[in-house]
Every structure is written in C-alpha cells, then in structure tokens.
Design a binder for this molecule. Structure first.
Ligand SMILES: Cc1cc2nc3c(=O)[nH]c(=O)nc-3n(C[C@H](O)[C@H](O)[C@H](O)COP(=O)(O)OP(=O)(O)OC[C@H]3O[C@@H](n4cnc5c(N)ncnc54)[C@H](O)[C@@H]3O)c2cc1C
Length: 502
C-alpha cells in the first residue's frame, strides 16, 4: 500500500493524487497499464486517479500499418481499445492544447468542446506524463500539402490501400494514356522503415491485384522510392540496407538515392535529379518531428523540439513532470558517444514506459529512481508477403526467414492476447484463401449514395442556369458524387477517425 505516501493532504484528510497521461499511444497506454497494475489498491480506494487524454479511443500498433495497407490484417486489429485495456483509468477523448505546469492545469479540447458554450476543459493534476509522440516532419515542398499523404495512422494506411486499388480501376477504364500513366505511378518519399515497408507491402499487394485486371499488368505499375541520403533502412544496418535496395530494384522499383522531391504541384512529382513523374500518389514518410503540443507546455525543449529529459525519464529541472517516447529526448546511457539521445522508435517507447511507471510509483513512495538503459538490438522489416530483412542481436537475415521473424516478433509484441489471437487467425486464413483485392474507398463517404438519391434541393428559379457553370463545380477534383476523384491528401479524403474503414 502506498496511500499514505502518495496522499497530498494531511493524514486525516488525504487528497487524491491525479496522474495525467497525455497521449494514448505506445508510451501513454503502457505507462497507464503499468500504473494500473502497480497501484491497483490505490486506484480502487480512490487515493489515486489515472486520467489518459487521447484524441482516439485506441492505441495504434504502428508496425502493423504496412500489413493493414496490404490487406493482411483488418484495420480494427491493428488498434487496441483503451477503455478495455485501461479499465481502471479514466479515458478522456480529446487533445491537450496547452499546459500550465506551475498551476498543474491542462487545457483539453474534447469532441464536445465545439458544441459546448463553456469552451475547452480544464484538467488539474499532480503528476504529469507527457507522451504525445510525433507527427510527420514535412518540408516546404510546393504542392505537398495539397497532394501528399503521410503513413502514421490507420486512417492513412487504409486510405492509401483503397486509393492504390482505385487508381488501378481508373487506369483500367480510362481511354487517355496520360491519365493511365499518372494513375499507375506511385511515389514514396523517405527510405526509413515506414516508407520502405509501406512501399514493399503495397507494391506486393498491387502486383497480386493486377492478376485480376484484363488490361493492367504488374509491369505497367511504376513505383518510385526517393531518398535524400545514400542509403535506406538505416535501422537494419548498412549491409542489409544495400540488400534491400537490390531486392526492391529486382522488383522493378525505381530506388533513387541522394535525391529529393522538389515539387509536386499540379500532380507532377519533380525530383532534384531533374526527372518528372505525373502522379496522383505522393506518400511522404521522410521522418518525424515531436508533437506540436510540446511548444505550448512551457517545458524545456531541445533544438529538435523534443522534451529535455533525464535518464530517469523526468523532464529536466521540472518537478512532477515525466516524459518518454518520440516526444522525449532521453539520454542514451548505453551509447559510446557522449550526448546521444535514444532514437524515436517503439523498442525504446515500450521499455521507457515501464521504467517511467516504476519511477513514478517509486517517487510517490519516496523510493530512489532507476535510470533507463537499453541498448538498441536492431530491427526487422517486411518487404511484402514472404519477403523481409532483419538485423537483430547481430544476426542478419533476408527473404523468407527475415519475413517470418518479422511476423513472429510483432505477434509477440502486439498488445493483448485478444489482438494476438485475431491477427494470427487472419494470417492463417489469408494463407488458406486468396488475398482481398477490392477498394472500399466509398466507405469513406457513407452519405454519398443517399445524398445522390435524395437529390439536391431545387435551385431558385434565377439560379437555375448559372449554378452549373459556377467555377466551384469544376475545380474541386470531386466527381460531384461526393466520392472524390483520384487525388488523395485533400481534406476529408479519409473518414473521420474510423479505423474500421476497409
Ligand atoms: C508505419 C510505421 C512503422 C513503424 N514500425 C516500427 C518498427 O517496426 N519498430 C519500431 O521500433 N518502431 C516502429 N515505428 C515507430 C513507433 O511506432 C514509434 O516510435 C512509437 O509509436 C512511439 O511511441 P509514442 O508513444 O512516443 O508515440 P505514439 O505511439 O505515436 O503515441 C502518441 C499518442 O499521443 C497522441 N497525441 C498527440 N498529440 C496529443 C495531444 N495534444 N493531446 C493528447 N494526445 C495527443 C497521439 O494521437 C497518439 O495517440 C513505426 C512507425 C510507423 C509510423
């Protein structure tokens, strides 16, 4: 029992201690889960309360996004429901907008904030855990904001799957060779694991899907990987990175090293080597930057915008504030070079969450804190069905063994027995039956059919002639049925946070 030590008030009237966890991803969910286990009695008695604020009611297992995009795993099995896993915590669906740590207050915008006249919620806390992760790091490339799409969320992964198959449908039905070429050209920017795995899985899925088209062959599809440095997949080491380049090129994927995307205005990807690719698909996976909310916390940040942390996972020089994961610059005490920070990856995030929760409980109980120390053990990556690359504990694997290791590793890592069983069942069934090859992009616009049936309201008599010729009717890229044309990345392209769209 730690109630006496964690009580903020006197022994006669102990005040309840509230731990606020910002973010429900790897660090947020695992920290709350460990706290829930270690503070079971206190949570039951009400001496402690753990509040998790997350924009989504689920944690996303991001390493499974490429497999979700390929259709090997259903979208709802790559996410873990926070309310079920954290059943003794309070879950608030919303976004922390700012913090006043001196007053121990967080301003939270919830789904209801828009409708309520009262404005955002004010949440007070005693201990703060900051785990808002990262967002795509973009550069001011002309046209990117209009035409690009990231690959960090389940909505983006499923949106991209639907989009790729939709492009094959467009190519199959158009009579215009220029439209066909643009539809069948897919440009990925960034050669880290997110970009390489997404490209590898989607190319593999599209190659298979092409078997069912009478006039689209796998060779007609053009896949381009653009990487600014001279190597890809740094996570698996130099040798395995070189192998990956050879493997992708052998699949006719155009890998361009030392090259940057300069522009994608008017759906033409222009590269720094002068080449131009008319395309409707630009996937941006060129790194991440810390979540924007950190700038509104008043807490110390390093030059990259990550929270300055100690090896104990406290925020440097700030009491009762803890952080870990992509948002935190945690010193890597195992590194040979002094001053190195832990890389932003799941391997660190999961382990840091455990140490953070243990330290938080230790501090509440007045015990000493432990340092976070983990030596990076390497990485596994899938490059499509039965294809992979791995470099783990010094062992290098390629092809089928690496792919098998990737699956075994992630199956052991995905949270909850429930999710493990479902993912394993899906993989087993996929081995027995053929792959799914349809685009259900229309799920992203569930009202389109009904809106069409209900028809537009009759225009006023004096508008009847002019309405059709208004410029708005022509320049949106929308077909008029509300389903969008072939472009992606525009507002409203993906459904409102519904990971079940598939
Ligand atoms: C496609 C892909 C594949 C990957 N594969 C691997 C892999 O194979 N191996 C590996 O080690 N790593 C991998 N990673 C990286 C890994 O997923 C991240 O390093 C890890 O998720 C970081 O955990 P986190 O808790 O810091 O952030 P996240 O897991 O991203 O969680 C952050 C959470 O905070 C929420 N949030 C953001 N802002 C706010 C706010 N203002 N208020 C409240 N909540 C907020 C977010 O919505 C999110 O739920 C991959 C990443 C991607 C995108």
């Amino acid at each position: 029992m730690v109630t006496a030590a964690i009580s903020r008030g006197s022994a006669e009237s102990p005040t309840r201690a509230r731990v606020l966890v910002v973010g429900g991803g790897y660090v947020g969910m695992y920290t709350a889960l460990h706290l829930q286990r270690q503070l079971g009695d206190e949570l039951r008695s009400g001496a402690v309360e753990v509040v998790v604020v997350s924009p989504d009611p689920y944690m996303t297992y991001q390493p499974f996004l490429p497999e979700a995009a390929a259709g090997n795993i259903s979208p709802r099995h790559v996410v873990v429901p926070l309310r079920r896993v954290l059943d003794r915590c309070r879950i608030v669906i919303g976004e922390v907008e700012s913090l006043d740590h001196a007053k121990r207050t967080a301003t939270v915008r919830t789904l209801a904030s828009e409708e309520e006249a009262a404005g955002p919620l004010e949440l007070t806390y005693d201990e703060l855990v900051l785990a808002p992760g990262s967002v795509s790091r973009t550069l001011p490339v002309p046209g990117l904001a209009d035409h690009g799409i990231g690959f960090k969320t389940v909505e983006e992964a499923i949106g991209l799957r639907n989009h790729v198959i939709e492009q094959m449908d467009i190519a199959s039905s158009t009579r215009d060779p220029a439209i066909r070429d643009a539809a069948l050209t897919f440009v990925f920017v960034g050669g880290g694991y997110a970009g390489v795995e997404a490209l590898g899985e989607l190319e593999d899925m599209a190659r298979y899907t092409a078997r069912y088209y009478h006039n689209v062959k796998a060779e007609d599809l053009k896949w381009v990987l653009v990487e600014a440095s001279d190597r890809i997949l740094p996570e698996v080491g130099e040798e395995m990175g070189r192998y990956t380049v050879r493997e992708l090129r052998a699949r006719n994927i155009d890998v361009r090293l030392g090259t940057r995307l300069e522009s994608c205005v008017d759906r033409v990807a222009v590269l720094s080597d002068g080449s131009r690719f008319p395309t409707r698909t630009v996937v941006w996976t060129a790194g991440v930057k810390p979540a924007p909310v950190l700038a509104a916390t008043g807490l110390p940040l390093n030059e990259r915008g990550r929270l300055r942390c100690t090896a104990h996972l406290t925020v440097e020089g700030v009491e009762h504030a803890w952080a870990a994961g992509d948002a935190a610059a945690v010193p890597d005490v195992t590194a040979k070079a002094a001053g190195a920070d832990c890389a932003p990856n799941a391997q660190h995030a999961v382990r840091q969450a455990k140490v953070l929760a243990e330290n938080l409980v230790a501090s509440l109980q007045g015990r000493p804190l432990q340092e976070y120390a983990h030596r990076y053990v390497g990485s596994v990556a899938s490059l499509g069905l039965h294809k992979g690359v791995a470099h783990v504990y010094g062992r290098k694997l390629k092809g089928y063994p690496a792919w098998f290791m990737h699956r075994a590793y992630h199956l052991s890592r995905v949270p909850t027995f429930n999710r493990k069983a479902r993912v394993l069942a899906e993989w087993t069934l996929a081995g027995l039956f053929k792959r799914e090859i349809v685009s259900l992009g229309s799920l992203e616009h569930p009202r389109a059919e009904f809106a069409l049936a209900a028809g537009p309201p009759p225009p006023p008599a004096d508008m009847a002639v002019t309405s059709d010729s208004s410029p708005d009717a022509h320049d949106t890229g929308d077909d008029g049925d509300g389903r969008g044309g072939g472009d992606l990345g525009g507002p409203g392209r993906t459904g409102p946070n519904d990971p079940t769209n598939d």
